[in-house]
Write a new protein. Structure first.
Length: 377
């Protein structure tokens, strides 16, 4: 399954209708939730699917959209029950204000896609398809962004592709704060610099928002501006990560990385959420793109990758501020992150000749290794 996201340009009338449907959907969610709570208080039981189906009958919503409301609620209640049966804390799902009801989901039918998008009961909605949709469209979601834009997301069943043959080398990759990634061969992928300009812009619009009277007309306008800048930043970041992942996958057949699920990475990232989120997104992209690129992603234990000497394997303590690995046992002097990336590669290819180069020659060449930028774009 693959997802495609396109911008929608509903007419004024369609936009009013879409908002109206989101409103109904919100009302339905809240009503179903209220009735379920009432029943639970009396009988310690939730509404059944058929009871909920009865309650959503006769609304203006397309029938499958209405069904999706109680299916979502049912799924959420079941998850709460599982938590309860495990003795975990649980509570009912929340009532939703209109702001939180953002999308309409069509799980099977009610829409068709040609040059325009046709969705029941809204009719034909103008769409910008910046990419060709390949494969069979399965589901459709229409989404209202916080910035006021409308998007549509299709999930598409892809035809299985014959994987490409990739003759690239194996490489170790160390995710970082200053650079996005450092590779075991000395190449680096920088963090995109143009972000600082966007972040200044964000700070500016946030400052303006804070000066407005809450809930006033100008406050609402300023809030939309903030959402828009957030959206621009998120898109720019995603776009950059896509490009960086493509560059890597077209150059290497095997990419070794640290397993992010292991706790040590959190320390390494100083708990900085944005880096953490970027790393996760980047890792996911590499994983799902790898198969069609003919590459393989291997995860290794991140324990001590930055302390271990990639030449003699001695553990050298160093602070986060120390940018150079300097090994008193074997004399290796090397960029800290390149050393870590080599360790990561070694762990993924343990026992293979390419990963264990440790001799005078290797030491000399590694001394010369200065981080060289990898061009993304
Ligand atoms: Zn050493």
């Amino acid at each position: 399954m693959r997802a495609y996201k396109f911008r929608l340009y509903p007419s004024k009338k369609q936009e009013e209708m879409l908002k109206h449907h989101l409103w109904i959907k919100k009302e339905l969610w809240n009503t179903l939730l209220e009735k379920t709570k009432e029943k639970y208080e009396k009988e310690q039981k939730f509404l059944t699917i058929s009871e909920m189906a009865e309650l959503v009958k006769g609304t203006e919503l397309y029938s499958q959209v209405a069904q999706s409301v109680f299916r979502d609620l049912d799924k959420s209640l079941k998850a709460k029950m599982r938590a309860k049966s495990k003795g975990q804390k649980w509570g009912f799902p929340r009532f939703k204000p209109f702001d939180r009801m953002k999308s309409i989901h069509y799980p099977q039918s009610g829409f068709s896609l040609a040059r325009k998008l046709s969705v029941s009961p809204f009719g034909e909605i103008a769409i910008v398809q910046h990419r060709e949709v390949k494969g069979k469209v399965k589901t459709l979601t229409i989404k209202r962004e916080a910035s006021g834009k409308w998007h549509t997301i299709f999930t598409v069943e892809e035809e299985p592709k014959t994987p490409k043959v990739n003759n690239g080398a194996a490489v170790g990759l160390d995710l970082g704060l200053n650079r996005l990634a450092t590779l075991s061969d000395g190449k680096v992928i920088q963090n995109p610099h143009h972000f600082s300009r966007l972040e200044q812009k964000l700070a500016e619009v946030q400052r303006r928002l804070s000066r407005k009277h809450k809930r006033s007309h100008n406050w609402l306008k300023a809030r939309t501006r903030v959402a828009l800048v957030h959206e621009i930043i998120a898109n720019a970041r995603k776009d950059y990560l896509h490009k960086a992942a493509n560059v890597l996958l077209s150059n290497y057949s095997k990419i070794a990385m640290e397993d992010l699920r292991i706790g040590e990475m959190i320390q390494k990232g100083h708990g900085k959420g944005i880096h953490d989120a970027s790393w996760r997104m980047f890792t996911n992209m590499l994983c799902y793109k790898a198969a069609s690129a003919g590459s393989e992603i291997v995860f290794v234990d991140p324990k001590d990758t930055s302390k271990e000497c990639s030449c003699c394997h001695a553990l050298i303590q160093k602070g986060l501020w120390e940018r150079t690995h300097h090994c008193p046992s074997c004399g290796l002097v090397m960029d800290r992150d390149i050393n870590a990336a080599i360790n990561i590669l070694t762990r993924a290819t343990a026992g293979m000749a390419e990963s264990n180069a440790c001799g005078d020659e290797a030491r000399l060449s590694s001394l010369k290794q200065e981080a060289a930028p990898f061009r993304v774009r």
